[in-house]
Design a protein around this ligand. Sequence first.
Ligand code: UD1
Ligand code: CA
Length: 476
Amino acid sequence: MNPIDTVIMAAGKGTRMKSRLPKVLQGLAGRPLLQHVLGQASALGARSAIVVTGHGAMEVEAACAGVVSAGGQFNLKFVRQEPQLGTGHAVQQAAPLLQDDGTVVVLSGDVPLTQPDTVRALVQACADQALALLTVRLPDPKGYGRIVRGADGTVCGIVEEKDASDAERAITEVYSGILAVPARLLLQWLPRLSNQNAQGEYYLTEVVAMAVAQGVPVATHTIDDAVQVAGVNSPAQLAELERAHQTRSAAALMEQGVRLADPVRFDLRDDARSGARAELVCAQDVEIDVGCIFTGRVELGEGARIGAYCCIANARIAAGAVIHPFTHIDGEAAGVQVGEGALVGPFARLRPGAQLGREVHIGNFVEVKNSQLADGAKANHLAYLGDATVGERVNYGAGSITANYDGANKHRTVMGADVHIGSNCVLVAPVTIGAGATVGGGSTISKDVPAGALSVARGRQTNITGWKRPAKKPAP
Ligand code: UD1
Ligand code: CA
């Protein structure tokens, strides 16, 4: 088989998106459309990907640079198409970079969900000698180029909707915009494209008639799955493909035994901040309630249960842990770890570097950042733990916080095992509370507390007996 070179057309403006962002950079499942397409090129084992840019070229090129350093397997090149005179004109710009020993696969930067197997089958159909077209049968073929076949069923050409007769418009087999062809043939044909058509554009689809005239076989690989060839032109279409993609991820998880309360209310996204791929790794008997969003790499241990409407990014949640509804867990780069049998939420927030041991309880409106909580520690209500080391079985009272930031630097708070922190305490870091110590409610602790001690740091209570409240004076 010839080496594969891909040409990705990505110069169009995407006017109907009504967005400042170039269309191919709009996100689907947290990654730009164009990255999905580059993923197809990489799944094919392509030797190169030539991206044809135009509208927002600088931005588009910059957005790809990151991807390729991560994926890395093919040679990524850019060519500019200015002005944009049609799909044939777009591929003409790539011609000088094409080697004639290859098979060229033309992809569109705005068609994100083509399956690798589909493109592979198309390359097989090309077999280093034919012009192979990916076609799809659509009940409503409106807007697409129609595949015109002769009496014997062989393809004679592609007619664009705007150039089609009524009879041709009735054809339901359409061109997907994706083709595979030996480079040596494509390079002969490209210079001969004309723009004599209803739109005055250079149509790439004209190569079909050239192949037919020259006796080059025109093969087709036909699918019924419209999602795989659907392009994004508007926010509504983007949302539709997003859902199609998510439903596919949900189906794959359910296939593995994950119990999703509702597969249409499930989202798994790449982490746009780090470029980390969306990956939800689930052990047996995981249950996920409705409306959850998983971002980046998330691992759920055996029997873990995720309540409704949780957002979970870059985290490892161990077996038997329960995350109650509306919990926000974002590990960013440092990650979050939730230990076996831990209970988190509802309405809890775990930030980067939160590491919860076994059976830890984090209740409502508790925020944990860059802190290790040893087995059995509990912070059940309205609290903040930042830059803290919390010993086993510590009980951290409602409304207590670590004052970890002095305005310039962050400092640590250390609590030994079995410490009891009352309600509404401020632990001014750096500070250490020795094992077994108790801190009275309302204390502001700025000095270390020895192990086993009781520390109370607040104004003493004064009671004035027989106190009379001021009475309102009668009106004059
Ligand atoms: C094209 C096909 C049509 C097919 C349809 C499938 C042609 C002439 N027609 O039509 O048969 O059914 O795709 O979606 O090829 N682009 C450029 N530069 C240009 C023009 C387009 O880079 O000058 C890019 C666009 O950004 C887009 C892709 O090429 O990513 C397809 O262009 P689009 O205008 O959507 O083609 P269609 O008219 O839909
Ligand atoms: Ca299109």
